[in-house]
Design a protein. Structure first.
Length: 344
């Protein structure tokens, strides 16, 4: 019992999501009479109608450390939700599923934000006892509560996007994961790879007018709807933030500048074409910049912020690339004038 209490105390003390997932599967492995062949924590990602399974933590018998899918894994390479019917039924019914065969599979629903959006899958030689199942369910409830506390501290309460204080850590974690993976396989491509990350700053045009004309409730509704458009427009593993007020940030990985600009232009067009209740037509100005080798969160943000500042001073409702503006000499030419821009 003391071992269990200490393990749960350690679980509750974690503030890193990957460490939390890894600790969960490692903890559960210890409390199976006969070690499981595999324990995996799976999450549903993607939009309704095209959801996939992403592995958050996988621990095989004999492994010392769990593994997971890469942060920037290609969505199309992930297994479709319908390819694993037992997992799908576990999510839909919200109940434990048992599958007997050469190996025994026990699937537990994983809940977050009052909905089932994942599965803990245990592959074992013998069926799990009822007491083990009860223990797993209790531990998963504790895990859900810790996840809820992390959400409370890391997400914007209105839009449910990531908040500003999580940006630095997520920035470093996301880029280091991929840099490390690539260095192991192709160390000579490190610089080109890091250059594939882009940071975009999005600012709602004339947002103060929305609040002044329709009130803050409508203004909040615009922010919530914009966040929904962001989630449906960008990829599931792009990092989406609300930095406060009408300012949003996207951290994404693209193979080249054209792909980054295409994604941002597509989002800008979707916002322009969307009919916001009462507020009507809303537009956004977007500035973007590639991340450089050994870049810092502040430096990357500053370049994208300068580009969005330029966009708002030159017509708004457009996407501006920092490298292109620098190449044209536009940023230097307009630096003094841009100090007079009315952002609202």
């Amino acid at each position: 019992m003391n071992v269990l209490v200490e393990a749960l105390a350690n679980l509750c003390s974690l503030r890193d999501r990957e460490a939390l997932d890894f600790t969960l599967v490692a903890l559960l492995q210890k409390f199976i009479a006969e070690p499981a062949q595999t324990i995996s924590l799976m999450r549903l990602v993607g939009e309704a109608g095209d959801q996939r399974w992403q592995t958050q933590a996988l621990l095989r018998a004999g492994d010392t450390t769990p593994t997971r899918d890469r942060v920037w894994v290609n969505f199309d390479t992930l297994p479709r939700v319908q390819d694993y019917r037992d997992r799908q039924m576990c999510v839909l019914e919200g109940e434990i599923q048992k599958v007997a065969g050469t190996s025994c599979f026990t699937l537990f629903p994983v809940t977050s934000s009052s909905r089932v959006d994942g599965v803990l899958e245990v592959e074992s030689q013998a069926p799990l006892s009822s007491s083990t199942q009860a223990l797993f369910t209790s531990v998963l409830n504790i895990y859900r509560n810790v996840q809820g506390l992390l959400d409370y501290g890391e997400k914007d309460s209105l839009t449910e996007l990531l908040n500003r204080k999580t940006f630095d850590g997520a920035f470093i974690t996301a880029t280091l994961h991929e840099t490390k993976n690539l260095e192991l396989a192709q160390p000579d491509r490190r610089l080109a790879h890091v250059g594939g990350y882009w940071l975009a700053v999005l600012d709602i045009d004339h947002f103060k007018r929305v609040n002044d004309s329709f009130g803050h409730l409508i203004g909040d509704e615009v922010l919530v709807l914009l966040a929904r458009l962001m989630r449906s427009s960008f990829r599931f593993n792009d990092q989406l933030y609300r930095f406060g007020g009408e300012e949003f940030v996207v951290l994404m990985r693209c193979s080249n500048a054209a792909d980054a600009l295409t994604a941002l232009e597509r989002f800008r067009t979707r916002v322009e074409e969307h009919d916001f209740p009462q507020a009507g037509c809303i537009t956004v100005s977007i500035g973007c910049a590639p991340l450089l080798p050994d870049d810092t969160p502040g430096a990357g943000f500053d370049r994208a912020d300068k580009a969005v500042y330029y966009a708002k001073g030159h017509g708004r409702n457009q996407v501006c690339s920092h490298p292109e503006l620098v190449a044209k000499g536009e940023l230097a030419a307009e630096a003094a004038e841009s100090q007079q821009i009315d952002f609202f």
